[in-house]
Design a binder for this molecule. Structure first.
Ligand SMILES: [Zn+2]
Ligand SMILES: [Zn+2]
Length: 131
């Protein structure tokens, strides 16, 4: 595991995150993410207790995912930066990849929900698709 520093845009939340040598990164093209963030998002799947952040200090927004399961977004109340998302279907937390101070460890990513609502200007090759 590798220890990385991360934080939101305004600096209100600075934290450490433990990542695998090759973190599982997903580019999500789904309509929910597009509407919530304004575009494609990149998230890193986290292991249990991988972030040392006090979630009670974050703003939250809960909604139902495509399968009807709850999805909970955690964001900075000050600068509105998206920090974590929790997907109850997988019982996993995901870190918004842009929160990392140094993103050089992120060498590859899978594209998911590509058919749903990808931007036509983005070209994605088949090998990058997670089916
Ligand atoms: Zn902030
Ligand atoms: Zn999504």
């Amino acid at each position: 595991m590798i220890n990385k520093t991360a934080g939101c845009f305004c600096g209100e939340h600075k934290f450490n995150v433990l990542l695998d040598e090759k973190p599982r990164v997903f580019n999500c093209h789904c309509i929910d993410c597009r509407k919530k963030i304004g575009g494609i998002i990149s998230i890193i799947q986290l292991r249990e207790n991988a972030v040392d952040i006090d979630k009670s200090k974050l703003g939250t927004y809960e909604h139902s995912g495509g399968s009807g399961n709850k999805i909970k977004k955690f964001f900075c109340k000050k600068c509105a930066a998206p920090i974590l998302t929790y997907v109850s279907k997988w019982d996993k937390f995901y870190l918004y990849a842009g929160m990392l101070d140094d993103v050089s460890i992120l060498k590859s990513a899978y594209n998911i929900f590509y058919e749903d609502s990808h931007f036509p200007f983005m070209e994605i090759s088949e090998r990058e698709l997670k089916t």
